[in-house]
Design a protein. Structure first.
Lengths: 429, 151
């Protein structure tokens, strides 16, 4: 059996891990246009000069130990499903028996006039992060405009303050992380960033990036002009389905996959930021481009590729703002998704430094936010995943000492005494 | 899946737990520089890897379960969390960058955040590997923690 994986990040590593659980002998080939297996969520750390080896997610010993052949520095450009080969930009043909498409996401850049000027960057790949850092140094950039206040935009803004650069974040909506957090949490995050010296401009957007060859300023929709020695576009990430399209696989909001991570074309699987997955909270198919999900999807794909049937548990939003001095976590829904939802809040942020919120629907937890006190919140995440009835302990969900003693006794019996902790053991009850 | 696992783990027995928290103290102490319970908490600012939970008459001590499918391993962005051939889940605190993904996904709440100025990282039960036998089990006066082969 010959497994080919296109991509070399979380989903790919998950897939290798899954394949090797079942098949110790099959050939595995990883194709990536990048030169190493680094951690994508850590690339902003480049700005504060993190040593490069720290960015490595899996070093060469992982690939050696798992007997993985790597074809790095070459882009997979097309898939021929009849002859079952992947064509590279070097014209090399790589045959496969089972293929995983793990091509990730690509940054969304809206049509802004001047976005092709030098000094305009996106921030989803190591090489763009490094070029950005070098550009700042070479040009002595002192003031930078970040477009978008999502996770990437805020992290870049925060680290730019660390290195003494003035930052203005321009956000179309009226608050930071408007799609990820509730209003209160947005406010807390915004205050932390303001304390760091980040400036915000809300309800506005960049209409034109100005300058000669290099960017020098931006003009906003409101008319004001901001100095910008560089611009970071961090509006969002879209599934990268270019390669998948050459195979003619079905594509919705991302590559469509079954519960076993198979695409509509036999022997082609997909995982990670390039797919649309079912959100267990609302049942909708959507891209949820997050590292833990990518790994898990890759793992499930790997098991199935190697012949061990396993159904994916389904995705859910899992966010952590790792760069802030006070930790901010959330999972699932952060606002009621319909009128039947109940919202529980424990806001002690001013006095005790924590904020907790939980959303309950039909007696089940469907989401939470935890700021400040975050220890043991994974118990809540699992309640969402396993859809365990929490009617009797609703008020406890927002207490920082919520624990396994609040869960049903049968759950502790099954998980602690009987060790039911395999992948299939975490399905909804 | 893999049947090759041979793992000794710590099992809580809630029927026997009297919430004395000796396990917590022992854990903190053996993982300290000073090996002194007071200094470990007060000077080294350490926290236990075992958590005693109490609710009415029910109490138990909880630590890393070394899950057969560890979600923390899936979620770890730095590569700090690894799984050895016996299924023991290891967390390299030096490699950890404190992204808190493991805290966010551990169904048992057994991966904890250490949020300090100088270094932010997660920490969890390491089964007292260096010591050879889990200190919490040794400290438990009522057989509410036992060291046993994985079920």
């Amino acid at each position: 059996m010959r497994y080919v994986i296109v991509g070399n990040s979380a989903a790919a590593v998950g897939c290798i891990t899954g394949i090797r659980k079942v098949d110790p002998d099959g050939e595995i080939v990883v194709i990536s246009y990048e030169d190493r297996c680094y951690s994508k969520p850590m690339i902003a750390d480049v700005l504060i000069d993190i040593p490069e080896e720290k960015l490595l997610y899996r070093d060469s010993s992982f690939f050696e130990k798992n007997r993985v052949e790597t074809v790095l520095g070459h882009k997979a450009v097309s898939i021929n499903t009849e002859s079952k080969v992947v064509a590279l930009d070097s014209n090399e043909l790589v045959p496969y028996d089972k293929l995983l498409i793990a091509t990730g996401g690509k940054p969304f850049v809206p049509p802004i006039s001047g976005s092709d000027k030098k000094g305009v960057f996106t921030f989803t790949e190591l090489h763009s992060a490094v070029s950005f850092k070098n550009y700042i140094k070479e040009n002595g950039a002192e003031e930078i405009v970040v477009i978008g206040s999502g996770f990437i935009g805020l992290e870049v803004a925060y680290f730019l303050r660390e290195i003494g650069v003035k930052v203005k974040v321009v956000e179309l909506l009226d608050r930071v992380l408007a799609r990820a957090l509730d209003r209160r949490a947005s406010q807390i995050v915004e205050n932390m960033l303001r304390e760091k010296g980040v400036e915000f401009i809300f309800n506005d957007t960049v209409e034109e990036i100005m300058g000669d060859e290099k960017v020098s300023s931006v003009r906003l929709k409101s008319g004001s002009v901001l100095r910008a020695d560089a611009v970071v576009v961090a509006i969002g990430v879209r599934p990268n389905t270019e390669l998948a399209q050459t195979a003619g696989v079905e594509i919705g909001k991302g590559v469509s996959v079954s519960d076993t991570m198979e695409t509509s074309v036999p022997d082609i699987f997909a995982a990670g930021d390039c797919i649309e997955c079912t959100d267990i909270v609302d049942g909708q198919k959507k891209p949820i481009p997050l590292f833990p999900l990518a790994f898990e999807q890759g793992f499930v794909a790997g098991l199935n590729m190697a012949g061990k049937r396993m159904e994916y548990l389904g995705g859910l939003v899992l966010n952590s703002l790792k760069f802030l001095p006070v930790p901010v976590l959330n999972a699932g829904a952060v606002e009621p998704i319909d009128d039947s939802c109940e919202v529980l809040v424990n806001d002690k942020f001013e006095k005790k430094g924590y904020y907790r919120k939980a959303i309950v629907k039909d007696g089940k937890l469907i989401g939470f936010i935890a700021i400040g006190e975050i220890d043991r919140t994974g118990i809540l995440t699992n309640l969402i995943r396993q859809k365990i009835d929490v009617s009797d302990v609703k008020e406890r969900l927002v207490e920082p000492d919520f624990g396994l003693v609040d869960l049903p006794q049968w759950w502790r019996e099954e998980k602690l005494k009987q060790d039911k902790t395999a992948y299939k053991d975490w399905r909804a009850v | 899946m893999s049947k090759k696992r041979k793992l000794m783990k710590v099992y809580p027995i809630e029927e026997n737990c009297i919430s004395c928290r000796y396990c917590e103290v022992a854990c903190t102490m053996v993982h300290s520089e000073s090996k002194d319970p007071v200094k470990a908490y007060k000077l080294e600012n350490l926290l236990p890897r075992a958590t005693v939970e109490v609710k009415g008459a029910v109490s138990l001590s909880l630590m890393c379960r070394h899950c057969k499918h560890p979600f923390c391993f899936d979620a770890c962005i730095s590569g700090a969390i690894t799984v050895d051939e016996n299924g023991k889940v290891n967390l390299d605190e030096e490699k950890c960058v404190g992204c808190w993904n493991c805290v966010l996904v551990c169904p048992f709440g057994a991966a904890h955040p250490m949020i300090r100025e100088e270094k932010r990282h997660s920490f969890k039960c390491d089964l007292c590997e260096e010591r050879g036998f889990p200190a919490c089990v040794e400290a438990c006066p009522n057989r509410a923690l036992i060291y046993d082969i994985e079920r």
